[in-house]
Ligand binder design. Structure first.
Ligand code: KG4
Ligand code: ZN
Length: 365
């Protein structure tokens, strides 16, 4: 089975083609056309500007894709319908509908968050002979930490979804047990980077400066102290807007010294560590409370090397019998291969009436 995936939920125009055979995913094409340069000027994403870019880029990316594989060979079109920026989601949905009519192929609407979770099974595909197989690897209950520019969620996977005839891979059942009350973790990285004048997207820039602090500082213990919001609360919720405000106050009170390279590196290291501390603490707490057998990481912030390393260490030390899945860094940030992969989990329910698909910016898992 061959699936074409489309994702335009934020500022990346993504089209991928995935082949699924015997529970194995093979990526035939995976193009991400980034709008980063355009939005960098503004320090964030402007939805209407992003939508216009998607409309311009989608035909170009499809043309590139068609050079690699004959589009008449595809069986389904998978498109993200939420959550995300609604004008951007509509650009992808409208494009998918036109393509569906042209190629006479059914559409499967996909939840972007599920894409970030399923990205874990894309990892070793073309690199290693053995491919990750969701059936034996999934152990229940499991929890997922999805951390991106728009979301910070802890999701419980209690069970496998019901098999329906035609399913090739298992579909999963999810329950949201925690989320952010204000800013998402990625948003916090982006906003702090903006305060420090490091550009957009902020996550990779902060990670780079933090790494310099760690490798160059004589005393890597930071003198700057930032809060760990909600870390001791008994729920699985997050709040990162106070952290960003704390950085802003500290920078203002530091005056011109805040422009100093060493100060910026130290602030990046402390911001990154504050975010990581809260994310890991709540994830381990949820894992213990629900006695999970598996922890799954996903989303753009999952590309953060320190988060990956520290999560791995904390699981091994604190709950060594718990397995974990951390996606390949190249599939952490938005891509359409993960969207096609979700469709591969349950191709039994394509939408026949194209008008049924509506963008839902606040779609929940
Ligand atoms: O999943 P994603 O590509 O888009 C959304 O669905 O939001 O995530 C983008 C977010 C941005 O906020 C970006 O700053 C963050 O992921 N990010 C990182 C890193 N790479 C991307 N955050 C921390 N460390 C990174 N290495
Ligand atoms: Zn995303």
């Amino acid at each position: 089975m061959i699936i074409l995936g489309i994702d335009t939920s934020c500022d990346d125009t993504c089209i991928a083609i995935l082949e699924i055979e015997n529970c194995k995913f093979k990526i035939l094409s995976n193009i991400v056309s980034s709008q980063v340069k355009l939005h960098a000027k503004y320090g964030g994403v402007y939805p209407m500007l992003a939508k216009r870019e998607h409309q311009k880029n989608l035909p170009i990316v499809l043309k590139e894709t068609a050079k690699k594989i004959n589009l008449s060979k595809i069986d389904y079109i998978a498109v993200t319908f939420g959550p995300g920026l609604e004008p951007c989601l509509w650009a992808g949905i409208n494009f998918a509908q036109e393509l569906s009519e042209k190629l006479k192929k059914p559409i499967i609407p996909i939840n972007h968050i599920e894409g970030h979770i399923v990205a874990n099974w894309l990892s070793p595909i073309n690199e290693k002979p053995e491919t990750r197989n969701p059936k034996p690897e999934i152990k229940f209950p499991a929890i997922c930490l999805v951390v991106s520019g728009g979301h910070t969620e802890i999701i419980l996977m209690k069970d496998i979804g019901k098999y329906t005839p035609g399913d090739i891979l298992p579909s999963f059942k999810y329950k949201l047990i925690g989320g952010t009350r204000d800013d998402a973790a990625g948003e916090c990285f982006d906003k702090v980077a903006r305060i420090l004048g490091l550009g957009y997207p902020g996550g990779p820039a902060i990670a780079e400066f933090a790494q310099r602090w760690k490798s160059e500082a004589r005393n890597p213990k930071s003198q700057i102290k930032l809060p760990r919001p909600m870390i001791n609360q008994k729920n699985y919720d997050f709040s990162f807007s106070g952290l960003k405000t704390a950085v802003l106050y500290q920078v203002k009170s530091t005056g011109s010294k805040a422009k100093n390279k060493k100060y910026i590196e130290e602030m990046c290291a402390e911001t990154q560590q504050a975010i990581i501390d809260v994310l890991i603490h709540k994830t381990i707490k949820a894992a213990k409370d629900y006695r999970v057998k598996l922890i799954i990481l996903g989303g753009g912030v999952a590309a953060n090397e320190e988060l990956r390393k520290q999560l791995r260490e904390r699981i091994k030390k604190g709950i060594p019998n718990t397995k974990y899945l951390i996606p390949d860094t190249k599939y952490c940030t938005d891509n359409a291969a993960m969207i096609a992969a979700v469709a591969g989990l349950n191709p039994a329910k394509p939408i026949k009436n194209l008008k049924e698909i509506k963008a839902d910016g606040n779609l929940q898992i």
